[in-house]
Design a protein around this ligand. Structure first.
Ligand SMILES: [Zn+2]
Length: 273
């Protein structure tokens, strides 16, 4: 079983072109080709034709059982009305987590302006995913995207489950420490490459991941995710294949942790029997 906890239905090549329904159809084809049971789709902090809103994604996925939404919470659109809408989707089972785009937007993950969203995640016990590490855009501000800031959020909210996205690349050592120290912190391996890994880069990133596990990060706290369509699913499956880890730890990374954390039902997988 495989859960890809980090994908997007965005059309990055030209944001004026609609991403729905074409990118969703492409995601479903790609999942079938790679036998992926579940994907979580993260809505953006921006809304444009190429970046569908949480609402548009929820509507598009109404009859698709094995793709669910993680709602991007924007610094400038998280008032009571915005959060009331997200709450409704959480209650209806369509939204399974929240996402902050720290770095892309200038705020720390524990910012006072985000208190309402943090409280929502705590109330429903859904994970909060946080962008950490390099911002693809040169306009991003890196200090907000450093994994060390997750520590403050994790300590002050011990019942909140937090996911450091992208292993916090290139701050894997910081991610390892924050994840090792706090039981409620997880990290996903998504978005480590654009497109496909070259052999050298794959080895380089695999070493980082292997070292994090060696340092003391438990497989219980690592999640498989790709960042598709930014990275290919084929390349990611080949990448994780190279990780030297006992079978039980691998199952946790590939699906068990995500099934539990995002409260997915295995009966919704097209391969369930
Ligand atoms: Zn992403």
């Amino acid at each position: 079983m495989i859960v890809d906890c980090h994908t997007h239905i965005n059309y990055y090549e030209d944001e004026t072109q609609p991403a729905l329904p074409s990118v969703l159809e492409k995601l479903q084809t790609t999942m079938r080709r790679n036998r992926i049971d579940f994907s979580l789709v993260l809505s953006s902090y921006k809304v444009s034709p190429g970046r569908p809103s949480t609402r548009d994604l929820v509507h598009a996925l109404r009859d698709v059982k094995n793709i669910r939404v993680v709602a991007g919470i924007s610094l400038d659109r998280n008032g009571p009305e915005d959060l009331a809408e997200v709450r409704e989707y959480v209650q209806g089972g369509m939204v399974k987590g929240l996402k902050f785009y720290c770095g892309y937007q200038p705020f720390y993950p524990y910012a006072e302006q985000m208190a309402g969203a943090i409280a929502l995640a705590e109330e429903f016990n859904i994970p909060l995913m946080v962008h950490c590490g390099d911002t693809y855009s040169a306009k991003g501000k890196l200090k907000y995207a450093m994994p060390i800031h997750i520590d403050e959020l994790a300590v002050d909210h011990p019942t909140l489950n937090i996911v450091i996205c992208h292993l916090g690349n290139p701050w894997q050592a910081e991610t390892a420490e924050v994840t090792y120290k706090n039981r409620n912190v997880y990290t996903d391996i998504s978005g480590l490459v654009l497109g496909s890994f070259s052999d050298r880069f794959e080895k380089f990133m695999l070493n980082h991941l292997q070292n994090m596990l060696l340092y003391g990060v438990e497989p219980d706290n690592v999640l498989y995710g790709t960042d598709w369509p930014i990275c290919t699913m084929e390349s990611y499956l080949a990448f994780i294949e190279g990780l030297k880890i006992p079978t039980e730890g691998r199952s946790k990374i590939m699906y068990k942790n995500a099934m539990r954390l995002f409260k997915l039902d295995e009966r919704d997988s097209p391969y369930y029997r």
